[in-house]
Design a binder for this molecule. Sequence first.
Ligand code: 6GU
Length: 236
Amino acid sequence: MSWTARVLTLFPEMFPGPLGHSLAGRALKRGDWALEPIDLRYFATDRHRSVDDAPFGGGAGMVMRADVIDAALEAKSLPDAPQIVLTPRGRPLTQRRVAELAAGPGVVLVCGRYEGIDQRVIEARGLEEISIGDYVLSGGEPAAMVLLDACVRLLPGVMGAAESVLEESFSQGLLEYPHYTRPALWKGRAVPEVLISGNHAEIAAWRRREAERITRERRPDLWAAYRALAEAAPTA
Ligand code: 6GU
């Protein structure tokens, strides 16, 4: 069985969307992973096929019904696969969690609408809540696509030898250093001399310095974590 993503959503027609293109799309066509969008409305039981209702306590928006999500998860679980709700109130998605998910059998994703899902089904099923960042999307579907793209590129055989996952600066806790390609001079801007020197040790050192500078400037949070790690293991 290949790595499988079951996506429970009110908008199954949104998939594969961007996941049908480029690296993830080619991997999908090869069978390196499988994508199964599942229409949550199929699991509605009342005459009107309702999947959401007004919140107890009042307030704006609608809440997804516990019974509908529960029935969908009962029917569509995958053995040993984590069950995840995409929601802006979740724990932030990290490359570490992405790598763990990619190393497992797959994922079952529930795409929430912004107002949310009845808390009782989250607790009853032990659902993991994940967010992809500090901004609000109108639904969890684009977030599910982001999570899946990040996982799929780590699956065995998906990424070419050209892009080594281990050498990615992000997996070392830094942002990427700047990249350049031909021409060597463009609109009066030259490529940094060291990159055409042929001195691989100097190139590696320059890239490390630039990655560190950019991380320090843009992401004090990542920089602090990186420094703390360097303190504990100075060769990293
Ligand atoms: Cl996972 N869902 C929604 N609706 N908005 C988000 C998000 C998820 N992550 C960040 N914003």
